[in-house]
Design a protein around this ligand. Structure first.
Ligand code: MLT
Length: 309
């Protein structure tokens, strides 16, 4: 009998086509991830579960998934999957670490530019028929120091793009070798030095016990006055309350946030503060990235379900 896969989030239909072409019996129910009760009822039928971020693969769901062999996350972060529960049940969890990295890096660079020139506020003001030419004074990126926290897959691409913009790039990343730093053209520094020197800070680390609140109240206080902070990684990396206070006091000149401690974010201490650019976790939201991750997750899951490889 053909293995059965459930796609329970809004994945590109490329994934569905690949599963079908590979002989997998696939159900495409892109809204099921939000319906926890129904998902619990049906999950027992499936050998594979393909998700983005809306489906929460909790311990309860994994325990109810009596036939499940693999969970495929079309994206990088697996924070919506209970990895302990999966490994206890022998369920393989796979992600697509490279499919959306360029897109996410590009979003971080766009957010940095948007906050440097206050583009969203200037745009809203112009749409409102105001012509507030003198209100929106920006800063140049050329020759400014960009502090990259996490110079891995996405952070490395951000470093490359920032160097193209003639920024000086410093990076804090305990896993970054001196050779790789030289290859990227960045200077490897400790976190305190990055906080003290950077004109812009961008975060590109996963949310773990070590990185949670890496921009804590204490660390925000160590930053250079007038710093602008970009976060397109994970919400819990910044103390949003402390960031809001630092924005209000003028210590932090601007922030561009794609991710929030609680998502979907319907409220946040930074909402409606001046020079705060917010987007609803759009880091991976391009046609190209969504095609890539869908294709990769479907290929990987099919390989595993059909050959065990
Ligand atoms: C990811 O982990 O790949 C990103 O946060 C993108 C997403 O899930 O929307």
């Amino acid at each position: 009998m053909a293995p059965k896969v459930l796609v329970s989030d809004k994945l590109s239909e490329t994934a569905v086509q690949i599963f079908r072409d590979r002989g997998i019996d696939v159900d495409f129910e892109p809204n099921l991830g939000k319906d926890k009760d129904r998902l619990l009822e049906v999950i027992g039928q499936y050998d594979g579960l393909a998700i983005r971020s809306a489906t929460k693969a909790t311990e309860k769901l994994i325990n109810a998934a009596t036939n499940l062999k693999v969970i495929g996350r079309a994206g990088i972060g697996v924070d919506n999957v209970d990895l302990n529960a999966a490994s206890k049940k022998g369920v393989i969890v796979m992600n697509t670490p490279f499919g959306n990295s360029i897109t996410t890096a590009e979003h971080a660079v766009s957010m940095m530019m948007a906050v440097a020139r206050q583009i969203p506020e200037a745009s809203a003001s112009t749409h409102a028929g105001k012509w507030e030419k003198s209100k929106f004074m920006g800063v140049e990126l050329t020759s400014k120091t960009l502090g990259v926290i996490g110079a891995g897959n996405i952070g490395g691409i951000v470093c490359d793009r920032a160097i193209g913009l003639k920024m000086k790039v410093i990076a804090y990343d305990p896993f970054l070798s001196e050779e790789r730093a030289a290859q990227l053209g960045v200077k490897k520094v400790e976190l305190d030095e990055l906080l003290e020197r950077a004109d812009f800070i961008t975060l590109h680390v996963p949310l773990t016990d070590k990185t949670r609140n890496i921009l804590s109240r204490e660390n925000i206080a160590k930053t250079k006055k007038g710093v602008r902070i970009v976060n397109c990684a994970r919400g819990g990396l910044i103390d949003e309350e402390a960031l809001a206070e630092a924005l209000k006091s003028g210590h932090v000149a601007g922030a561009a946030l794609d991710v929030f401690a609680v998502e979907p974010a319907t409220e946040s201490p930074v909402f409606n503060l001046p020079n705060v650019v917010c987007t609803p976790h759009l880091g991976a939201a391009t046609t190209e990235a969504q095609e890539n991750v869908a294709l990769q997750v479907a290929e990987q899951m099919s390989d595993y379900l059909l050959t065990g490889a």
